[in-house]
Design a protein around this ligand. Structure first.
Ligand code: ARG
Length: 475
């Protein structure tokens, strides 16, 4: 609760009894929304400048308040600001200090404004920065994947379905699948700006205000695009929070998938990738162990990020319009997801820089499990003009024969093959070559080396363009 000069809560004339101590302690949000001090002061300064421009407050009052707010900002930055839980949240703490600094005239600051529009204005300004920060980290992630992909265009590995060897792929192709995912994440974070660019300031508690304010002025000064259109919706709306928490969740899914993939590939059973000592931890009892803890951390933390989304969805479900205290929890959920996602991306980037592919082992695994069986079926369709189902059947027979005789397809002799499918000639042997198999997948989006080289180039080109556009719009 904010207190006036006589150290009474602002609403003490009306509410004469103190609330329970426990509620006072847990009902506040100061420890969480402290983080919004910068945005709160920025928005308050623009608000009083607008009030002055509209002749709602005079020059002297405006200057006093702006001076006080700048001073408070300095105190907070220099860690000299005395926070007091008694004053519920960051908005009331700042307002209380403004009273101490400039006296009663501080009270003009809250003309034509409520904490309901104040808090979402601050929050939206903060979220815009948060979105940019995540996009920056995603760019680094994509960059690191591209670097790894560039070194592994011709690294042959088994592509899996059901975690069983399916068809041969380039390791780079696998990695580039994650570039697609993280690019989609970027798009999601970018599209969050649509709603974040609507300025809530000036809708006051829920109805708008009788003062002749200029919402277009504050919109421009605070770098929003438009004022929000309905005052009741504005103070009730937290869709922009759900959007952010969902974007974080989708991104966390991708992080957890690559983490799990790397855990499997690093396992002693697979041994497809090697993790540098920088990104493993030891065991307290088993001296030989090098555990992929950071990867497990990434996978595990995804749960918390989903939890924050579900908490917000549940808070909003069935909540009547307009502002309710329930909404106060939105910030804690967003801050937690943001911090977690940012940390996860930083750690993922570290991992991407500190692992290598075991090319020999990847090839060895790709050579087992009859990976070229589909190539053989395709060959019969093309060369013998068989319907695919017939070719599939004949191939299955050849695979069965090879399996029974403990041979790879490439180790079969043409005589053995001909016993099953008499129309085949020695020409067929080329389909068992893994490199040929990969390079034959030259359909758009396929795994052929040429396709991959082109894709890496185009990702890099897009990156350059995006950088230019980002600079143009945001800087
Ligand atoms: N700390 C509050 C929040 O974050 C500020 C809004 C308070 N408004 C109110 N009517 N109690 O939601």
């Amino acid at each position: 609760m904010s207190k006036n000069k006589n150290n009474q809560p602002i609403w003490s004339t009306r509410i004469r009894k103190n609330s329970q101590n426990l509620y006072k302690k847990i009902g506040g949000s100061l420890s969480i929304d402290k983080r919004l001090f910068n945005e709160d002061i920025e928005a308050s300064i623009v608000h009083v400048e607008m009030l002055f421009k509209q002749k709602i407050i005079n020059f002297k009052v405006k200057n006093k308040i702006v001076w006080g707010l700048n001073r408070i900002k300095n105190e907070i930055i220099k860690k000299k600001f005395l926070y007091d839980e008694k004053y519920e949240d960051i908005h009331m703490n700042i307002e209380k200090r403004l009273f101490d600094l400039v006296g009663e005239e501080a009270g003009y600051i809250h003309t034509a404004r409520s904490r309901n529009d104040q808090v979402i204005t601050d929050f939206k300004i903060w979220l815009k920065k948060a979105n940019k920060e995540i996009i920056k980290n995603l760019d680094m992630t994509i960059n690191n994947i591209l670097k790894k992909a560039n070194k592994n265009v011709e690294t042959i590995m088994p592509g899996f379905t059901h975690l069983k060897n399916a068809q041969a792929v380039s390791f780079a192709h696998y990695l580039l699948a994650y570039v697609e995912m993280f690019n989609r994440d970027k798009k999601r974070f970018n599209s969050n700006f649509d709603s974040l660019d609507e300025n809530p300031l000036g809708v006051a508690a829920l109805t708008g205000t009788s003062f002749k304010i200029d919402r277009f002025y504050t919109t421009k000064k605070l770098n929003f695009k438009n004022p929000t259109k309905n005052s009741i919706d504005t103070v009730s709306d937290r869709d922009f929070v759900i959007d952010f928490l969902y974007s974080c969740s989708a991104c966390a899914i991708h992080i957890s998938r690559i983490a799990e993939e790397f855990i499997i590939w690093n396992s002693d059973a697979f041994k497809l990738i090697v993790l540098n000592d920088k990104i493993v931890t030891g065991s307290s009892i088993m001296p030989q162990k090098k555990n992929p803890d950071p990867l497990e951390y990434l996978r595990g933390k995804t749960g918390g990020i989903f939890g924050n989304l579900f908490s917000m969805l549940t808070i909003l479900k069935g909540l009547p319009l307009s502002y309710f205290k329930d909404l106060q929890d939105d910030k804690e959920l967003v801050f937690k997801s943001f911090d977690q996602l940012k940390n996860s991306l930083i750690i993922l980037n570290d991992i991407l820089k500190n692992f290598s592919s075991d090319k020999k082992r990847m090839l060895e695994l790709a050579e087992s499990g009859f990976l070229t069986a589909t190539d053989l079926a395709d060959y019969m369709v093309r060369e013998l003009n068989y319907p695919f189902r017939k070719a599939y059947l004949q191939t299955a027979k050849i695979v069965n024969f090879a399996e029974k005789n403990k041979k790879k397809l490439s180790e079969l002799t043409i005589e053995e093959i001909k016993k099953i499918e008499k129309n085949l000639t020695t020409d067929v042997m080329k389909v068992f070559d893994l490199k040929n198999s990969i390079n034959s997948k030259s359909s758009y989006g396929g795994t052929s080396f040429e396709n991959i080289k082109k894709m890496i180039k185009s990702y890099k080109k897009n990156k350059k363009w995006q950088k230019k556009l980002f600079y143009y719009f945001f800087v």
